[in-house]
Design a protein around this ligand. Structure first.
Ligand code: G
Ligand code: MN
Length: 391
C-alpha cells in the first residue's frame, strides 16, 4: 500500500492559486493510474493525498522499486516545483488488517516527507502487532557503532512571547529495520547494559548541537531525557559535568528530564546524582508528570525545578473540562512550590490559548512542530527569531 502526497500542495496553492494546485493533484492521479494494473486500487484520501494499492507486490525489494518508480515518474513529468513523498507499507507474507497497513503507510509518509529520498517503507513483522517488536541489545550496539541513532529536536515555546526558547532532544532511529521507537531502543539498551553508553552518546550529540546553535546566536534551553536506571550509577552527574566542560556549555542551559518514578526511590546514588546536578546548576524536570504515583509530600521535597505535564492531560485539554481543572491545579501547585511548568502535547490553538491563560511557562507539541532532524530544527528556530526581530 502506498500513500502518495504532494508535500508542498499548500505552497503551490498559495503561489499559483487553488485551481493550479488542484490541476497538479489531478496530474498526479493520472500518473498513478498509468501504473495501476486492472486489479489494483487507486483512491483519493484528500486534496493532496492519494492511496495506491498494488496487489501481489510482496517482497521488500519489489515494494521499494515500485516506490522509487512512483517518485521518479512524477518528478520527471510535472514541473520541478512539485514535491511528492511516498509512504509504503507491505505485510510480506503475513496477514495484516487494511487499517493497520494504512496507518503504517501513513506513518511512513510522515517520515518520507523529512528524508531526502522522499520515500519510507514499513514492512513485515513490525506491522503484525506493534508489541511484537523485539529489538535485541546487539541491534542497538550495532546501531551505536554505525552511527545510525540520531538525536532529533522538538521546540519548546515561551508561552509569554511565543518564541522558541528551548529544545527537547529525542532519540530516533530513522532507518530502523524493525521500526523500533525510542522506548524499545532504551529497553533493549538496558537489557544489554548499554544504557550508559547510549545516554552519553545522546547527551554529547545534543550538547554539540547546542554549541553550534549558540554560535549562530540562539541561546536555548536544552532538555535531555535520562532513564531512572542511569541515575542509579554513581558517575552520572560527573559525566554530565565533564561533557559540559569539554564543549563549554553552561550547566544552567541543560535540563535533565526524569520520569516521575525516577524520583520515587530510596536509591542513595540517585539522590547523590540529583544533588550533584543541582550543585552544578542544571535544571531537573519531572517528565510525564501526572502519570506516576508520587504523593503530595514527595512533590514538595522533590529535587526538581520544573514539572512537565504529561501529554495525556494536554491532548484533549480544549475538549475536556476535567482535564482543564487538573492542569490548572497542577500549574498552581507547581508554581506555589517554585517550579516552572512545561506542557507537552499541545496540538491546537485552543489548547495553546488555554495554557497561556493558565500561566503555563513553556509549551511543546505538534501545534508548533513535531520532533525533527537537527537541520530542520535549526531552520525553524532561526526563522522564528527572524520573525521576532523584524516584528
Ligand atoms: O515523555 P517524553 O517527554 O520523552 O515524550 C516525548 C514524546 O512525545 C516524543 O516522542 C514526541 O514525539 C511526543 N509528542 C510531542 N508532542 C506531541 C504532541 O503534540 N502530540 C502527540 N501525540 N505526541 C507528542
Ligand atoms: Mn521528555
Amino acid at each position: 500500500m502506498y500513500v502518495v502526497e504532494i508535500v508542498n500542495h499548500r505552497d503551490i496553492a498559495v503561489r499559483y492559486g487553488y485551481g493550479h494546485a488542484a490541476g497538479v493533484s489531478l496530474e498526479l492521479e493520472k500518473q498513478l493510474d498509468t501504473i495501476r494494473r486492472e486489479r489494483d486500487l487507486l483512491f483519493r484520501l484528500s486534496e493532496s493525498t492519494l492511496v495506491l494499492i498494488l496487489f501481489g507486490t510482496r517482497k521488500l525489494g519489489q515494494i521499494r522499486l515500485a516506490a522509487s518508480r512512483l517518485t521518479r515518474t512524477f518528478e520527471k513529468l510535472s514541473n520541478a516545483d512539485t514535491k511528492i513523498a511516498v509512504g509504503c507499507a507491505g505485510a510480506g507474507g503475513d496477514r495484516v488488517s487494511p487499517v493497520r497497513l494504512l496507518s503504517a503507510a501513513d506513518e511512513a509518509l510522515s517520515e518520507a516527507a523529512l528524508n531526502s529520498a522522499r520515500c519510507a517503507v514499513r514492512y513485515g513483522d513490525s506491522l503484525v502487532a506493534k508489541t511484537s517488536v523485539q529489538l535485541m541489545p546487539s541491534h542497538v550496539a550495532h546501531a551505536i557503532e554505525q552511527d545510525e541513532l540520531k538525536v532529533w529536536y522538538q521546540p519548546q515555546i515561551d508561552s509569554q512571547t511565543g518564541a522558541v526558547d528551548g529544545a527537547e532532544a529525542l532519540l530516533r532511529w530513522p532507518n530502523c529495520p524493525m521500526s523500533a521507537g525510542p522506548e524499545d531502543i532504551v529497553d533493549a539498551a538496558k537489557r544489554g547494559n548499554l544504557i550508559d553508553k547510549l545516554t552519553r552518546a545522546v547527551l554529547n550529540r545534543a550538547i554539540q548541537d547546542w554549541v553550534s546553535w549558540k554560535k549562530l546566536g540562539l541561546d536555548l534551553s536544552l532538555s535531555v531525557n535520562v532513564d531512572p536506571a542511569v541515575l542509579t550509577h554513581p558517575n552520572f552527574a560527573n559525566d554530565v559535568s565533564d561533557s559540559l566542560a569539554i564543549w563549554n556549555m553552561p550547566a544552567s542551559r541543560l535540563v535533565v528530564e526524569v520520569t516521575e518514578n525516577g524520583f520515587n526511590t530510596d536509591d542513595k546514588a540517585t539522590y547523590a546524582n540529583f544533588e550533584a546536578l543541582q550543585e552544578l546548576g542544571t535544571g531537573i524536570s519531572i517528565d510525564d508528570f501526572g502519570t506516576g504515583t508520587s504523593s503530595l509530600s514527595q512533590f514538595e521535597s522533590v529535587p526538581a525545578n520544573e514539572v512537565k505535564i504529561d501529554k495525556s492531560f494536554i491532548l484533549t485539554l480544549d475538549q475536556e473540562r476535567t482535564k482543564r481543572r487538573m492542569v490548572k491545579a497542577i500549574i498552581h501547585l507547581a508554581h506555589s512550590f517554585g517550579k516552572a511548568v512545561v506542557a507537552e502535547g499541545v496540538e491546537n490553538e485552543a489548547s495553546r490559548q488555554l495554557l497561556v491563560d493558565m500561566g503555563c511557562d513553556q509549551l511543546q507539541g505538534f501545534f508548533f512542530s513535531r520532533p525533527v532532524p537537527v537541520a530542520e530544527f535549526l531552520e525553524f528556530a532561526m526563522r522564528d527569531t527572524e520573525h521576532a526581530s523584524t516584528g
